[in-house]
Design a protein around this ligand. Structure first.
Ligand code: OAD
Length: 236
């Protein structure tokens, strides 16, 4: 039977594509200070450093490929209505073929003028544009003359797509969570919006910080975990 599946993903789903996670040992936040490169204060203090950080992430993404977990998540669309809610700023879900994706923390391949997408006027992505795997540099300006910035939601900024994500989780028949440490809010609290009888599957090789009797923890890396999940929901 066709089900509504909400899939919340984090850095762990892209780990087997060679993209570093944030909080594992050897993760990005061991080598960079998160306050410097991923917060609005960091951007105001030293925008050049922030641009360099995201230029390097974009370059790394150009040579990464979707892995079997991204492909399996996309494959769920054959039999189910699937929405991917991702904290990842990479484009590996799109490249694997997923068609409904909510990027909670923005997108690496996009930039926008600093004065765009003002929430007070209602959120709109009209001024956002795609630069692929290219770079932006200090002094680069958008069509209206405003300074360009990465289209990333930084610490200290609102998460405009969270309300859409909440609606998707509320309506889901199944919630699948893959490769997130569930440390960063509001994404980490999304599972609480699942219906009281909605099963919640979590794929992660490590302990998970949430305890709830709806949760089934598949203690595997994303690729193997997705094989197991597909087996479970197809009754194999
Ligand atoms: P984290 O680095 O915090 O967590 C990654 C999770 O993936 C951990 O629970 C790991 O155990 C798990 N993991 C590692 N390898 C895996 C694999 N091969 N398969 C499956 N799981 C694996 O990353 P996120 O939870 O995504 O935000 O981090 C959330 C946010 O914090 C990010 O979006 C980013 C970061 O700061 C911003 O930069 C705004």
């Amino acid at each position: 039977m066709k089900k509504k599946i909400a899939v919340l993903t984090g850095a762990g789903v892209s780990a087997e594509s060679g993209i570093s996670t944030f909080r594992d040992s050897g993760g990005l936040w061991e080598n960079y200070n998160v306050e410097d490169v991923a917060s609005i204060e960091g951007w105001r203090r030293n925008p050049g450093l922030v641009l360099d950080f995201y230029n390097a992430r974009r370059k790394q993404l150009a040579s990464a490929r979707p892995n079997a977990a991204h492909l399996a998540i996309a494959g769920l669309e054959k039999d189910h209505e699937v929405t991917v809610i991702t904290q990842n700023v990479d484009n590996l879900h799109e490249r694997a073929g997923s068609t409904r994706i909510i990027h909670l923390h923005g997108e690496l391949t996009k930039v926008r003028p600093e004065d765009c997408c003002n929430e007070a006027d209602g959120y709109s992505e009209a001024g956002v544009f795609d630069i692929g795997y290219g770079e932006i540099h200090l002094g680069d300006k958008g069509p209206d003359g405003a300074r360009l910035r990465p289209h990333i939601v930084w610490f200290g900024e609102a998460v405009p797509k969270i309300s859409r994500a909440i609606e998707v989780v509320e309506k889901a028949d199944i919630l699948l969570i893959v490769g997130t440490s569930l440390q960063v809010y509001p994404a980490a609290g999304l599972y609480r919006y699942a219906g009281i009888r909605t099963p919640i599957y979590i794929i992660d090789p490590k302990d998970v910080p949430v305890h709830d009797n709806r949760i089934v923890h598949i203690r595997e890396v994303a690729t193997r975990g997705m094989e197991k999940f597909v087996g479970i929901i197809s009754g194999k």
